[in-house]
Design a protein around this ligand. Structure first.
Ligand code: B12
Length: 405
């Protein structure tokens, strides 16, 4: 069975008309397509970088403010120059893109333009027909990001192909091991893996984006990877929307991959562990993993697994104190963050969570943050906490874990 089609959608720079693309995104996911939505006001470089890292089949652009002939052509050109011309480009813009414009755009490499009055059903049909077939033999990747993108796709596809069977067949197991041999030659650092979890709406993505800014500023050469998860929905599509909230992470030094849970409960995808293992062997300074918004019983990160530090991000508005007794991650997280600590209930939340953590009698840190505020001192403190342990200590820990297992 072929994996779901992955498409990136975006609105060009200097354009805030996102209502059409939001409608189209919903129609796509209802029909089994995984949509990585990059948001509006996005540059050619941001779009192409994201498409390569996400290894999508195509980019759907919705454009209303003019300049579409040049903009679409620039996306096609940059894909070509990046050795990624198997990623196709299509889109629409109501009545602002004329038939003559569309003809010029097709001549410059755009696959298809949809005009005002097209039914949503026709756009879905087009995507399934044009991008639904498995990709034939793929060309040798020209860049590290492109290669990593291909490998992550291979891992996800292998899991998808075997998901109906309970156990992985030896053949597939071998295939998965092969794809986890990453970039060993250039490996100089052991990335620190930080896992973020917590309920939906707590501000995990905004917090991660602020931490990314601090990572980038502290080390002007280092790279960071983010593995971000969103739930698959009925019909098995998914709206992978974390990139749309990210500002600082739109940077060549950030490698981000969005994953759908593809039927697995608990906040991660069946392929997460192998994808994370691949990133952890690669040349990143930090690897951040973000779960979907989780419930009380969630324990997404395996004990003695690959994650070095676990962070639980809480919203101050969790209800009564009693609710805290039921949140399993409060027993397991290394760091608990009360985000949105500018809200009225935040002080009470801090005290109640502090008392709850005291019952655990272990070293857990509690930090208050306002992730939406730039230069927030709480985020600074969180950054110091998660980057405290030295690379040597992480290496030590990993070696010990290997010996135990
Ligand atoms: C809604 C709207 C707004 C809303 C936007 C809300 C939002 N969050 O998107 C608001 C009021 C905020 C707005 C503001 C502005 N707008 Co306005 N807006 C429109 C309007 C009325 C509808 C666009 C729309 O959403 N259509 C609904 C979609 C679903 O249907 P559709 O357009 O027919 O698209 C079909 C296909 O093309 C396809 N499609 C579209 N995109 C994609 C992408 C993919 C991947 C695929 C597969 C298909 C596809 O899907 C549809 C299927 O039938 C148009 C006029 C019009 N009738 O088109 C003006 C229009 C686009 N706006 C215009 C302008 C000028 C502005 C402003 C600059 C006005 C101002 N001076 O402030 C601002 C700019 C805002 C900004 N930051 O960019 C002009 C653009 C003129 C131009 N390019 O030459 C238009 C054409 C109005 C006009 N006639 O003057 N706008």
């Amino acid at each position: 069975m072929a994996s779901p089609i992955r498409i990136l959608t975006a609105v060009p720079i200097c354009d805030g008309h996102d209502s059409a693309i939001n409608t189209i995104n919903l129609e796509f996911i209802r029909h089994g397509i995984e949509v990585i939505y990059l948001g509006y006001h996005r540059s050619v470089a941001d779009i192409v970088r994201a498409a390569i890292q996400e290894d999508v089949r195509a980019i759907g652009i919705s454009s209303y403010n003019g300049g579409h002939i040049e903009f679409f052509a620039a996306v096609v050109d940059l894909l070509r120059r990046s050795g990624a011309d198997d990623i196709k480009v299509f889109g629409g813009g109501g009545g602002t893109i004329t038939h003559d414009d569309a003809a010029a755009m097709r001549r410059r490499g755009v696959d298809e333009i949809f005009f005002a009055g097209t039914s949503l059903h026709d756009t879905v049909k087009f995507v399934h027909r044009r991008y639904g077939k498995p990709r034939s033999k793929r060309s040798r990747p020209k860049s590290f990001d492109r290669e990593l993108g291909h490998r992550l796709t291979k891992i996800e596809d292998a899991y998808y192909a075997t998901r109906s069977r309970k156990r992985r067949t030896p053949k597939n197991k071998r295939r998965m091991q092969n794809v986890t041999i990453a970039n060993r030659k250039s490996q100089i650092a052991i990335p620190r893996v930080i896992g973020f979890t917590g309920p939906g709406g707590a501000g995990k993505t905004t917090l991660i984006d602020e931490l990314v800014l601090r990572f980038l500023n502290r080390n002007p050469k280092g790279r960071i990877a983010i593995l971000s998860h969103d739930p698959s929905v009925v019909g098995e599509g998914a709206l992978l929307g974390d990139r749309a909230t990210m500002i600082n992470s739109q940077d060549d030094r950030v490698f981000m991959r969005s994953m759908a849970t593809r039927g697995q409960a608990g906040g991660l995808s069946p392929a997460t562990h192998d994808c994370l293992a691949l990133l952890a062997q690669s040349n990143f300074e930090h690897v951040i993993i973000e779960t979907v918004g989780t419930g009380q019983e969630a324990m997404p990160f395996q004990k003695n697994g690959i994650v070095d530090v676990t962070v639980l991000v809480m919203n101050p508005d969790y209800g009564s104190r009693l609710q805290l007794q039921k949140i399993v991650m409060l027993d397991l997280a290394d760091i608990v963050v009360v985000n949105k600590s500018d809200l009225q209930r935040a002080r009470t939340a801090h005290t109640e969570i502090e008392q709850r953590l005291e019952q655990n009698r272990q070293t857990q840190q509690l930090v208050d943050t306002v992730a939406k505020r730039h230069r927030d001192p709480g985020v600074d403190r969180l950054f110091e906490l998660i980057s405290k342990e030295s690379v040597a200590a992480v290496y030590d820990r990993r070696t010990k874990q290997k010996r135990h297992s």
